[in-house]
Design a protein around this ligand. Sequence first.
Ligand SMILES: [Zn+2]
Length: 424
Amino acid sequence: MSTEFVIETAGKQARAGRLITPHGEIETPVFMPVGTGATVKAVPQDILEDLGVQILLGNTYHLYLRPGVETVRNLGGLHGFMAWPRAILTDSGGFQVFSLNELRRVTEDGVTFRSHLDGSSHFFTPESAMAAQIGLGADIIMAFDECTEYPADPARTRTSMELTLRWAERTKKYFEQHKTEVPWRDNANVGTAAPGCPVERSSMGFDGGTAVGGEKSGLRPEGQPWAAVSTLSEKNQSLFGIVQGGMDLALRKESAERTIEIGFPGYAIGGLSVGEPRERTREVVEATLQYLPTDKPRYLMGVGTPEEIVEYASLGIDMMDCVLPTRAARHGLLFTSEGKISIKQARYTNDAGPLDPNCGCRVCRRYSRAYLRHLYASNEVLAQVLNTLHNLSFYLDTMRRVRHSIRLGEESRFLSGLWSQPKP
Ligand SMILES: [Zn+2]
């Protein structure tokens, strides 16, 4: 067994539980920050740990292009390479390739695409995308799928769904044959925390150029050696399946049933947030959820706003990811308990108050709106750091409160209460 999913409290639809991975436990429902190129932009890993991030997401497409899978594998996989001891999920690359539009061509065998970096031509098959994800070594990896465009006519949606199902079978077959090739199998001394026991340390530094994953880890935590989990070398990654079917509810049902037939330890709902109206997204999520097994984790890919992640958690989604909190932060858009704030506005020039009076994050505890506005207006690097820290804290706190409400059996009250506060 590679991941274990335990539901501790189940409400009418929402549930709170734990996902136990080779690199630690994750409390669900969880929001996963996106670390596209082995970094959550502007935030060092030790601060992500302080914020309570238990799992983050890496993008296979980006890491495949740069620095390359073999480089990452030789440095201990993503965990060793980016010095992140907790859980990681990588996407299949399907959605990223899908967003390249004119730069890609899909056949039965796979997808030919051009790199957005240098225009070079590449070919992803279900097998090669799986090999890449095994080499990167995330705890949870995703089946290679075709993300159906929006809008798409019924015939096209079915063809695309069928292709994803055939690719899912190929993906699973390859995974079963190659799953022991994950980097931590022959590199089990890459630093990690025992499940449920986050590594504590006051500071960490790099010993210039020391490779991670050798006899000594590249990490040098003061006074506390990294504890390798002896059983890590016996653990595998978990491969999740992805349900497609566009906006067609009957096809969603069929896709869910046939993906479950192939058999995965977790299921994602893909192909949403591709331009459809938000009500449609919700409708498809709700319809698809009823066909997914209740005892397996359910992952909704690529959503959403704070309101949306609360809503989807209340529907019974266990895992979500989105670039919104980090990307918006870099553009000066900040989520607060009083609504969205654009920190660049002149109205904050002399505002001595905290960004969000109800937020206990290190940014809101220390800095004024005026200072944050100044940093942003002056294009200071610190603006991106602080804005991202706050937005991530806000998302993570929101999910903490959602989990708490579910455990108290009060998810409906939470839903109706959180966002009813007056906007500034
Ligand atoms: Zn804050």
